[in-house]
Design a protein around this ligand. Structure first.
Ligand code: HEM
Length: 195
């Protein structure tokens, strides 16, 4: 998993509960306290999953609650680091249609081609009709709750509202998750909320 994911989680934990909370979660995941997670480097997926589980265990919050808090923190950081991705999309529909491509762009910073490919293979998106996007997500990490939280948060950034229906789900034994994203109304072009 590319290091931005873990870094945002650890920053969020530190902001919320200071170093004691952050270090307690790192200890649970067996991550050394001086680890500097980098955006151009890949780290073991199971370590990232242990950090997420550690955050659940240490805070007493549910995984869904952590996902919502995480999605807000992650997209705030993403808007700071990559404002162009948000400027390019005039609506959350356009943004979410490009999300798989955005992952591919970030993965191009990894040195090993096989690591870049793993990131690219996780998502694909297609427009079925205006107001209806289908996203396919295939990953042993099964972070479909995180997908939902991020999708809703992106809609909020654009002042929009969407529904996410998990038509197929890896957690129900399907080979991949198939998300049906639907918008009833969209905000006027170019409306991005301030942070
Ligand atoms: C500018 C916005 C975004 C950036 C820069 C970004 C970047 C990343 C990166 C670098 C990873 C790690 C990939 C890996 O190592 O395999 C990742 C994972 C993930 N992202 Fe995004 N992302 C963005 C937006 C989104 C949005 C909007 C969603 C959902 C609607 C999303 C859903 C996910 C999920 C579910 C994972 C975990 C995948 C897995 O390992 O199974 N991302 N993202």
């Amino acid at each position: 998993m590319i290091g931005i994911i873990q870094r945002v989680l650890l920053d969020l934990l530190e902001e919320t509960g200071g170093e004691p909370l952050k270090f307690a979660v790192m200890d649970r995941a067996g991550v050394p306290h001086d680890r500097d997670f980098r955006i151009d480097q890949n780290y073991p997926d199971d370590e990232c999953l242990k950090l997420i589980q550690g955050a659940v265990d240490e805070t007493g919050l549910s995984e869904d609650a952590i996902n919502v808090l995480y999605a807000k923190a992650f997209l705030k950081e993403a808007r700071n680091l990559f404002p162009q991705f948000f400027m390019m999309a005039k609506s959350s529909e356009q943004f979410l249609l490009r999300q798989a491509t955005i992952h591919g762009v970030i993965a191009s910073g990894l040195k090993k081609p096989e690591e870049r490919q793993v990131v690219k293979d996780k998502f694909s998106a297609r427009s079925i009709e205006p107001g209806f996007v289908e996203v396919t997500y295939r990953s042993p990490n099964k972070l479909c709750g995180l997908f939902r939280a991020l999708a809703h948060e992106v809609a909020g950034i654009y002042g929009e509202c969407l529904t996410v229906h998990c038509a197929d789900c890896m957690k129900r034994g399907d080979d991949a998750c198939r998300f049906e994203l639907r918008w009833e109304k969209t905000a006027p072009d170019g409306i991005l909320s301030s942070e």
